[in-house]
Design a protein around this ligand. Sequence first.
Ligand code: LMR
Length: 328
Amino acid sequence: LTTAATALALTVTAQGAFAACDDGEIVIKFSHVTNTDKHPKGIAATLLMERVNAEMNGKACMEVFPNSTLYNDDQVLEAMLQGDVQFAAPSLSKFEQFTKQFRIFDLPFMFKNINAVDEFQNSETGKAMKQSMTRRGLLGLAFWHNGMKQMSANKPLVHPTDAKGMKFRVQNSDVLKAQMSALGGSPQPMAFSEVYGALQTGVVDGQENTWSNIYGQKFFEVQDGSTETNHGVLDYMVVTSTDWWDSLPEDVRSQLGTIVAEVTASRNAAVAEVDAQARQAILDAGGVIRELTPELRQEWVDVMKPVWTEFTADVGQENIDAAQAINA
Ligand code: LMR
């Protein structure tokens, strides 16, 4: 295609959110589960696609499949190992089958905010986590931020005792299951794309997620409200297949790696703004957000934090200490 035709193809397929690839280009399929324009991951993936397609034209081409249209997070890593998709950015909770190290990010009240998460990920320990699954065929290229998680339910959640007996959707993570059990709730693992329907029909009573997911998936419309607990972290690893990555010509691998690093730096720096916009958008749309006094929040800490002991061996006491030192 000529440059003009490429531009046209990009425009025409914008609704489908992927670009047409030219013959001879290395095709990079990037599958993810969120929307494309009001979400930290969606915005970053779109920017990555635009930059790859503009700067690597003739060499490589990226097609982004958002909104679980190609795979959900339970399928995408297997599809990657089969060579059916080259890029994904599942939340760190979705790597349970591959490593237990990432459980540190799911432990409630481990990190005080996203800046602390960023600092931990940029430590030697954090950086090494990107290589922790290469034996299993997966290579982490970058951490992408989303934000802190909040609790939502079909009844007001003020005290942790309010959660007793409720069914909560969780990502498929043993830590998150233990956390909901500690509240006296019943954890229900479920794919992200099914959560809205499950909340709407009452299959589950509540869930935990970030403002951009509560807004982007419209969970607030089918919940009584959200409680601003900031109890945990939702972050992503941009991941590829080691076989595929190693098979790339050196110049392609290096240029792609540079673009990923630059997109990561710029979008991670903007994440607090996207998070705040989503929070405000929920309020503007009539959603209810309950803030907690320090005393009330401490009640949630007291009930949820004891789950750390169950997972200390998986994540390492030294890593817990390092995370706590960053919070201080
Ligand atoms: C979830 O499953 O709730 C999240 O991991 C979805 C996402 O990618 O933000």
